[in-house]
Design a protein around this ligand. Structure first.
Ligand SMILES: *Cc1c(COP(=O)(O)O)cnc(C)c1O
Length: 388
């Protein structure tokens, strides 16, 4: 993206200072409801309830301001802001499928995306086939006459497998199938699926977009027609709307998006190279490394690779993995990612009743590289590896 455009989006787009006392930081419109002086004035607003303030579920000025920035960041005509990334993905799938329809999704997507497709929507007659997305042709092979959606998450969670988004989009387009990409990993800075022909882009705004680990929110971006359709049905009826204050915090996070994500990616590259060279690390799953099997595709469709990676430890048993994790001082043991703080997420701590992670080896630990000094993070990893 043109740096001038990016600075404009992050710092100015959608903001009307004159309407907010000329405050440098736009005031948060913390109101659920809006009143009008006459019946005629209200009637006019009701005609445009998604574009003018009537009731905050449909339109809120603070939310609207952030939506404009998010749409521009993803090269989309419009974007909706949800109360979580999962809500955005669920609304999108419900919007474009119905009983008797079929979906093709990359295997090992984000866990709650898998739950949505593999369990919840099955109850409503929507069937999903999960495919190895490293070969785009698998989407074609799995599709049927009733296939309505292709769902991608590139790279996908934990294993960092890529899908060739342009190839998947081309297969879908020829068949009239709607495509969705969960772009949370890359953020709009490093990958823009719409430019590759994908119809809908979803984000967990909780991660890089907000970036301060203090808000859970989600984004869906796409054409004006698609967004209007989702707004008028799934957004308004399922009602997973963001609060104005959360939208305002997200705007605060976006101010530093470029600095934060750039720093996280720079540090991730140093950490990944250090770990790849370490004898106690069997493999580093990070698309930015030349050793990644899809490195060439990563270079083609992504501008850079972000600060999340999974390492496969040369550990004899779970106790050794736990020793490594417990000795890390600079990586909080936690889920989620995308904030200022570095995190670790050992697969061996995740094997719960859902059974989802039981298929993954216990030697995997996902690392999120935050904004700390990378030399400090590397020293911490070196120390923990020595004590494993
Ligand atoms: C966190 C995450 C989600 C879900 O987003 P929430 O905001 O937690 O609902 C979806 N996809 C990916 C890749 C994620 O990391």
């Amino acid at each position: 993206m043109d740096p001038d455009d990016l600075s404009h989006i992050l710092n100015h787009l959608g903001e009307d200072r004159a309407a907010g006392f000329n405050a440098v930081v736009p005031p948060v419109v913390q109101s659920g409801n809006f009143a009008y002086p006459t019946v005629a004035a209200m009637r006019a607003v009701v005609q445009q309830e998604f574009d003018r303030p009537l009731y905050t579920r449909g339109h809120n000025p603070t939310v609207a301001m952030v939506r404009r920035k998010l749409a521009a960041l993803e090269h989309a005509e419009d974007a909706l802001l949800f109360s979580s990334g999962s809500a955005a993905i669920a609304a999108a799938v419900v919007a474009f499928t119905g009983a008797g329809d079929h979906v093709v999704c990359v295997h090992k997507p984000y866990s709650w995306t898998r739950k949505l497709l593999g369990e919840l929507l099955v109850r409503f007659g929507v069937e999903t086939t999960f495919v190895d997305g490293t070969d785009a042709e698998n989407y074609r092979r799995a599709s049927r006459p009733n296939t309505r959606m292709f769902i991608t998450e590139s790279p996908n969670s934990l294993t960092f497998e890529l899908q060739d988004l342009a190839a998947v989009a081309a297969i879908a387009r020829a068949k009239g199938i709607v495509t969705l990409c969960d772009n949370s990993y890359s953020s709009p800075l490093f990958q823009n699926p719409i430019d590759l022909g994908i119809d809908l882009v979803a984000h967990s705004g909780t991660k890089y977009l907000n970036g301060h680990s203090d808000v859970v929110c989600g984004v869906l971006a796409g054409s004006a027609a698609h967004m209007r359709q989702v707004m008028a049905r799934e957004f308004m009826t399922l009602g997973a709307v963001p609060g104005p204050h959360d939208a305002w915090l997200l705007m605060r996070g976006l101010r530093t998006l470029e600095l934060r994500v750039g720093r996280s990616a720079d540090s991730a590259e140093r950490v990944a190279r250090f770990l790849e060279a370490h004898p106690r690390v069997r493999k580093v799953h990070w698309p930015g490394l030349e050793s990644h099997p899809q490195h060439a595709l990563a270079r083609r469709q992504m501008r850079r690779c972000a600060g999340l990676m999974t390492i496969d430890l040369d550990a004899p048993d779970e106790a050794a993995v736990e020793r490594f994790c417990d000795h890390l001082r600079r990586f909080l043991i936690a889920v989620s990612w995308g904030g200022h703080e570095s995190l670790q997420w050992p697969v061996c701590a995740l094997k719960g009743p859902s059974g989802y992670y039981t298929e993954l080896p216990f030697t995997l630990v996902r690392l999120y590289i935050g904004l700390e000094d990378p030399a400090v993070l590397i020293a911490d990893l070196e120390n923990a590896l020595a004590r494993m």
